[in-house]
Each structure stands twice: as structure tokens, then as C-alpha cells.
Ligand binder design. Structure first.
Ligand SMILES: NC(=O)C1=CN([C@@H]2O[C@H](COP(=O)(O)OP(=O)(O)OC[C@H]3O[C@@H](n4cnc5c(N)ncnc54)[C@H](O)[C@@H]3O)[C@@H](O)[C@H]2O)[C@H](O)CC1
Ligand SMILES: [K+]
Length: 450
């Protein structure tokens, strides 16, 4: 499972707008379909490697892409058959259907399979889950190689509805841009490897996949304070903040202070157990404060979060510190990153609807902070509407303590100065890259070891 890096993600509405803009600029919708069909044909040819191909066409333009691909594959001598669910209903699909001169088989339980199945039944126009009857028919093909056109049929491409597609794809060829369904659960795993066919649509990158992680090499004039100083505030569960502090150092901070703890995980970290938090908050060299890891909710946390908010420092707020800061967050614009997991997000933002992207955007707008909505399908959202999707992340991160490590990495990236969204994106990318390096058997401590 993978998605292209730094690729645009468009909702159905944004996709239709981009299509319309293309038409105004002189590329007609039928030209777009020709380009889409050609990209499907190329990918199918590579996947089939000479074996027969069966294309399943639906009634809309997703089916239209399938008919175009069938024509092009046949012209190039491939062994290709077409089966249709229903007659085409759009003008574009009717024209594409007319260009296919071979037979069209009915899509029913007696349809003979082929080694490669191209799923061109429904794309971004899916308006409801696939019927049980069709799901049973498609179930006969699930041991074949599957290429999904745009999205696997039967997903809500905007990612709001949890419909599960009857056929999981080995490869999904996203047309023009990725769609939320490619990067959100529960549908992302059913997309397999996602490839992007650009087809000439100019897509805004306001919502996109993570960029490739940069190599954050310090410049020649670096010294420890200008690389960023991070203050991590330890709660009663000392291990959590120790992981955050170690991660801040590993992720590139020049100087880390672990406040409220008598023991530091590395000799290079300054541990201070003597209640100097207020004093440290006034230290002009401190570039970012991490608070929340290892802290149960309660008065003590509330008091310290208030102090952190009053300091006007850049903040990373994790776990119970999110709830504690919530009433004051939108008061003044500040560089802040919130790192809720599913349960914490639901508690802090109970009245939000739509896809995980919609909800993360709404939470960022409401708090005027960058939100890293964690999970296997982590979403990073900024108050100005920018979104980055981190799918597929790393499954090895599903273990205790990795969230504390992420909070520390956010502190390091934030302490360098600059934009909180960019810092959050860099931290999530660093976290995933560390996990990929370690792999099986990962424990959170490994993420901060050499
Ligand atoms: N966006 C682009 O730049 C291009 C996209 N292309 C392809 O067009 C589809 C979207 O096509 P559209 O006609 O809008 O919708 P669909 O083909 O996905 O399906 C609509 C069709 O199907 C019926 N329907 C929907 N869900 C179901 C269901 N569960 N069961 C039965 N019937 C269903 C619905 O009523 C309509 O009749 C996009 O994904 C691309 O593949 C073009 O190639 C041009 C470029
Ligand atoms: K499809």
C-alpha cells in the first residue's frame, strides 16, 4: 500500500470545478476522458503483462474511461473483453461506448473472469453502497489482480460515508488528483497501491499527501540555540515526557530542558526537578514548549497549561493538555500544534461531522491551531485550510509511547521558528521515517535511539 508523495487530493466538488476550469481553458471533457482512458490502458497493459484483461464498465463516466481503455488496448493488440452493468447514461460514456467495436457481455454471475480485472463501474459519482446482488457477483473476482479506475467501486470518494467496496484493488489509478478515500480509513487499504494519472487537470494542493521528508542538515553557522530550544514539561508519568524530550533532541533540537523530572533520558538533556517552569517560560531562548505527555487531567495540569498559554511561546499540546487549553486557544493567534488521537479528538470536538479531513479542518479553524489528528490515517490541518494526509504511515507505530515521541518531534520542528503547519508536517514525516527504519518489533524507545 502506498500513495504518491506531495500529490493533490480533491473532493468530488473540487474535482468537478477543476474539470470545468479545464473545459474553459480549452481541454474538453471528452479529451479528458481520452487521457484518462489512455492512462488506464497503459497501467492495465503493464499489470497484465500479456495476459487477458476484462474491463467492467458502469453507466457513468467511470465506465466511459473503461470503454476508452478497452478500445486503446485492443488497438495495441491486447486480449481484452468488456462487460457492462447497464447502458451508458452520460453523453461522454455513450460516445466512449460507441468507440468500442467488440462484444459487450452482461455483468452477471456467469461472467467468465480474466487474470486482470479493470474495475470501471463507479468513480467519484458513487451515490450509494453497492447492492448486495452486485457485491456477490463481484465477489467471484476477488482472487484476480484488480485495477480500480479512479477509486474502487462502491466507496464514497469524499471519505464521509463508511461504505466498504466489494472488490479491493491491487492498484488504483487516481485520475487528475487523489481523492480523500485513497488516504482515509476504512477505504484506503482497499485502494492498494495508488498511482496518479495527471491528465492535465490543474489541481490545488491545499489538501495533499505528505511530501518526502527533507534532510534537515543544520547549516554551517548553526549553534545549539538557533537550532531550537525545547522545554518539555513532565507530568507525573515521567517516562512519557522523557520520550518527548529525547525525541525533540533526535529530531534536531539544539537544546532540550526536561522540566519537573529528576532524571533525563540522555546526558545531553537538562533535567530540572525544582519547579522552575515559570522561570523557564520567560527564557527568551525557549522556542517551543511541549506539555501534556504523561499528565493526567486535573488542576495541576490546568495551572501549567495556563502558564504556558500566558507565555505566548509556540506550544505543542498533547493529550489532556488539549482539553485544558481549549477554552483559550482561539483567543489569540499563536503557533500551536495539537496532537489528539481518536478518543481525545472526539472528546475535544464532539460536534463535528463529515470526513476525517473535514473534521480536522473544522477543529483547526475553531482552535486557530494546527491539528494533527492521529491514527493510521493521520491528518494534519491548519486554520487556513491547508491539509496533509499521512497515509499509509507505519503500522509499527501502533504501540504505547509513540504519541509522546511525536509530540517531542513537533517541539523540535516548532522551536526552529517558522510555520506550525510545516513543522507538524515535518514531525509526522520524521516519525514515519524513523518507524520505517526500525520496522518489526518497534517499541517507542527505539524511535529515539541512534
Ligand atoms: N474528473 C475528471 O477529471 C474526469 C473524470 N472522469 C471519470 O468520471 C468519473 C465520474 O463520473 P460520473 O459520471 O460523475 O460518475 P460515475 O461514473 O462514478 O457513476 C455515476 C453513475 O452511476 C450511478 N451509481 C452511482 N452509485 C451507484 C451504485 N452504488 N449502484 C448503482 N448505480 C450507481 C449513478 O446514478 C450514475 O448513473 C470519475 O470517477 C472518472 O473515472 C472522466 O474520465 C473525465 C475526466
Ligand atoms: K472504479
Amino acid at each position: 500500500m502506498s500513495v504518491p508523495a506531495d500529490a493533490p487530493i480533491l473532493t468530488t466538488k473540487a474535482m468537478r470545478e477543476a474539470e470545468a476550469a479545464c473545459a474553459i481553458q480549452g481541454t474538453s471533457l471528452s479529451e479528458l476522458m481520452e487521457l484518462a482512458g489512455a492512462a488506464v490502458a497503459d497501467t492495465a497493459r503493464r499489470m497484465a503483462a500479456g495476459a487477458p484483461i476484462l474491463i467492467l464498465c458502469g453507466p457513468g463516466n467511470n465506465g466511459g474511461d473503461g470503454y476508452v481503455a478497452a478500445r486503446l488496448l485492443a488497438e495495441r493488440g491486447a486480449s481484452v473483453r468488456v462487460a457492462a452493468l447497464a447502458e451508458p447514461v452520460t453523453d461522454l460514456a455513450k460516445a466512449a461506448r460507441a468507440g468500442w467495436s467488440g462484444p459487450i457481455e452482461p455483468l452477471n454471475g456467469r461472467l467468465a473472469p480474466a487474470p486482470l480485472i479493470v474495475d470501471a463501474l463507479f468513480g467519484v459519482g458513487s451515490s450509494r453502497p453497492i447492492s448486495d446482488e452486485l457485491a456477490v457477483i463481484l465477489g467471484h473476482f476477488d482472487d484476480r489482480r484488480i485495477l480500480a479506475v479512479d477509486v474502487p467501486s462502491g466507496v464514497d470518494s469524499d471519505g464521509g460515508a463508511n461504505w466498504t467496496p466489494p472488490l479491493s484493488a491491487d492498484v488504483t489509478l487516481a485520475l487528475g488528483a487523489l481523492k480523500p478515500a485513497h488516504v482515509l480509513l476504512p477505504t484506503a487499504p482497499a485502494c492498494g497501491r495508488v498511482l496518479l494519472a495527471p491528465i492535465g487537470i490543474s489541481a490545488s494542493k491545499a489538501i495533499g499527501t505528505l511530501p518526502k521528508p527533507g534532510t534537515a542538515k543544520p547549516d554551517a553557522t548553526a549553534h545549539k540555540f538557533n537550532r531550537g530550544m525545547v522545554l518539555v514539561f513532565a507530568g507525573p508519568m515521567r517516562g512519557a515526557a522523557a520520550l518527548s524530550a529525547a525525541a525533540a533532541l533526535r529530531a534536531g533540537a539544539g537544546y532540550v530542558v526536561l522540566e519537573g523530572s529528576e532524571r533525563a533520558p540522555f546526558s545531553a538533556i537538562i533535567a530540572e526537578s525544582d519547579e522552575r517552569f515559570g522561570e523557564r517560560l520567560n527564557d527568551p531562548r525557549v522556542g517551543a514548549v511541549v506539555i501534556g505527555p504523561g499528565f493526567p487531567a486535573g488542576d495541576e495540569l490546568l495551572f501549567d497549561v495556563e502558564a504556558a498559554l500566558d507565555s505566548n511561546k509556540a506550544l505543542v499540546l498533547d493529550a489532556a493538555a488539549i482539553d485544558a487549553a481549549l477554552p483559550r486557544l482561539s483567543e489569540t493567534p499563536r503557533n500551536a500544534i495539537l496532537t489528539p488521537h481518536e478518543g481525545e479528538f472526539a472528546r475535544a470536538f464532539p460536534q463535528l461531522y463529515g470526513s476525517k479531513i473535514d473534521r480536522a479542518k473544522a477543529a483547526a479553524a475553531r482552535t486557530q491551531a494546527v491539528v494533527i489528528y492521529k491514527g493510521a490515517d493521520t491528518i494534519i490541518a491548519a486554520p487556513d485550510g491547508r491539509v496533509a494526509a499521512a497515509w499509509p504511515g507505519s503500522p509499527w507505530l501502533a504501540t504505547a509511547g509513540t504519541g509522546d515521541v511525536l509530540a517531542g518531534a513537533c517541539g523540535a520542528m516548532l522551536a526552529r521558528g517558522g510555520d506550525a503547519f510545516d513543522a507538524a508536517v515535518a514531525a509526522v514525516g520524521w516519525h514515519i521515517a524513523q518507524a520505517a527504519r526500525i520496522g518489526p518489533g518497534l517499541v517507542a524507545d527505539d524511535l529515539v535511539r541512534e
